[in-house]
Design a protein around this ligand. Sequence first.
Ligand code: UD1
Length: 337
Amino acid sequence: MKILVTGGLGYIGSHTVVELQNSGIDVIIVDNLSNSEISVLNSITNITSIEPEYHNFDLADKEACNLFFNNNSDLDGIIHFAAYKAVGESVNNPLMYYRNNLESLMNIMDNMNTRGLSNLVFSSSCTVYGQPDVLPVTEDSPRKEAESPYGNTKKMAEDIIRDTIYATDLKGIALRYFNPVGAHPTALIGELPLGVPNNLMPFITQTAVGIREQLSVFGDDYNTHDGTAIRDYIHVVDLAKAHVIAIKRLFENKNKRDFEIFNLGTGNGYSVLEVVKSFERVTNTKLNYKIVGRREGDIEKVWANTDFANKELGWKAEQDIDDMTASAWKFQLALKK
Ligand code: UD1
């Protein structure tokens, strides 16, 4: 099997490339380094002892995209990660988000369609559920109005894939990630946020290592057991493994419908303070944090019902919250060296 991984040098993409190569699958990476580092290619090679083929171009560039597919007619499938993902940035630059995230997808699907390349795995997000009325969230829970242009690109991308599959011979799986955190056990790859992190886990590890002075916990007046917001954090390696299963499922025609959607979470919700406590427990340190007001656009609580993924994919997240905080910390410490 030979799989194109777009955004394969990014956070989730790089962990997925490692799991694909460890499963004996050939990988070609396309990544324009807009939010990733070329050094990740070396790290992947060090972990797996295989250097994946790599191309640097922008998939939203139709000509470059067509040229790539002209030269790579032997692909068995595509795992499409390449996209912008900063919620706040998307609010300030909506067109940049719509153009980048949707044009790249449409260029890829155009080529899949004309070249008879049928298997697509897409990285979607639990953000499509907004604040769900019923928890845990199943795949049939209604999607809500997106809170940001970023969230809307995930929702629209799902629709573009669904409609295109309906009209063609293509097959696809959308994986709705809950909150991916943690890093590879080698600490050679992990989350590398540029500038001040928006997400909780890199902010925690950067605070502990002294890059940030203090973690702000956004809100302690939510309707949760300790007042802080609840998310379903999932270890990035567990997430990466689900992609290998998903692309094989399509390749081996084991899918039950042409377009399938799976929640990828652990099924457990943790509050912000519980993540902080886990971090303090596994690192045996005290984290400097203070409670501040809520962050605009945040929802109160969400966690996944993972029954469908467990049953249909035969996949289950294996690592717990302490594994997640410990691996994120190990990666942060390795970065310092
Ligand atoms: C956000 C996006 C999601 C996106 C994900 C990864 C929304 C609604 N969700 O998830 O679509 O896929 O980022 O980019 O925008 N927190 C703090 N202090 C901090 C940072 C975070 O208290 O410094 C809290 C947040 O309020 C939240 C939790 O930690 O309750 C997790 O936040 P974060 O890691 O940013 O992820 P989400 O907002 O859940």
